[in-house]
Design a protein around this ligand. Structure first.
Ligand SMILES: C[S@@+](CC[C@H](N)C(=O)[O-])C[C@H]1O[C@@H](n2cnc3c(N)ncnc32)[C@H](O)[C@@H]1O
Length: 201
């Protein structure tokens, strides 16, 4: 019920969020897991309003974890959400954030995540996807290739996703890649903007 990876990546992710989120942003998180990101970001960014979500079977555990003090201001009660199912929380949100989920959920769920995010984001709102991503079919590190093989051996519906493939699917629903930020341990943050292409920014 504690993620060592979250402890390692929450600092670098926080710095990305600090620079990209507008003041007093309302953020929807998908697949909140242990809630460590939600806790840390709410405690670190003043005025943030953060809506954690999880698959229904994991919701009660997330709720209990988020009850642990200190409970930062702006941290909302977690909601059940499977990205493949409607309705999503209504929004509009200035940002949708999800960490280490795209390689765990099946590809059709990644597509549903993109479509759902586009629906609930405000105009010019940001979708921030954190995790390992390949680029044009090439892994950025041998460790990511090994992780991909391990995931696919465990469950063929899982696997490290390709940033260019996600980008192409995102465009179909009106989300345009604004930035790809390299982060420690061969992870990246893909940042999409709702309704505004890179050249128009
Ligand atoms: C590796 S964990 C990451 C958890 C957390 N975001 C983190 O960074 O530690 C992947 C998460 O994706 C969630 N997940 C998987 N399929 C999902 C779906 N269809 N809809 C929403 N969440 C999903 C899982 O329940 C799990 O919490």
């Amino acid at each position: 019920m504690f993620s060592a990876a979250c402890e390692r990546n929450k600092g670098p992710i926080l710095e990305v969020l600090r620079r990209r989120l507008p003041a007093r942003a309302t953020v929807l998180e998908l697949g909140s897991g242990t809630g460590q990101h939600a806790q840390h970001f709410c405690a670190s960014i003043e005025g943030l309003s953060w809506q954690p979500t999880e698959l229904a079977p994991h919701l009660e555990m997330l709720r209990l974890l988020l009850l642990q003090p200190p409970r930062p201001e702006g941290l909302l009660e977690p909601l059940a959400l499977d990205v493949r199912e409607q309705p999503w929380p209504a929004g509009p949100f200035e940002a949708v954030f999800s960490a280490n989920t795209a390689h765990i959920m099946p590809w059709e769920a990644v597509l549903a995540l993109l479509a759902g995010a586009a629906q609930v984001l405000s105009p010019e709102g940001l979708l921030l996807l954190y995790g390992p991503f390949s680029e044009g079919g090439v892994h950025s590190a041998a460790s990511n290739a090994a992780f991909d093989a391990e995931l696919r051996a465990r469950d063929p519906s899982m696997g490290v996703r390709d940033a260019q493939v996600i980008q192409a699917e995102a465009v179909r629903v009106g989300l345009n890649l604004a930035e790809g930020v390299d982060l420690p341990a061969n992870n990246r943050m893909l940042i999409f903007r709702n309704g505004v292409g890179m050249l128009e920014r």
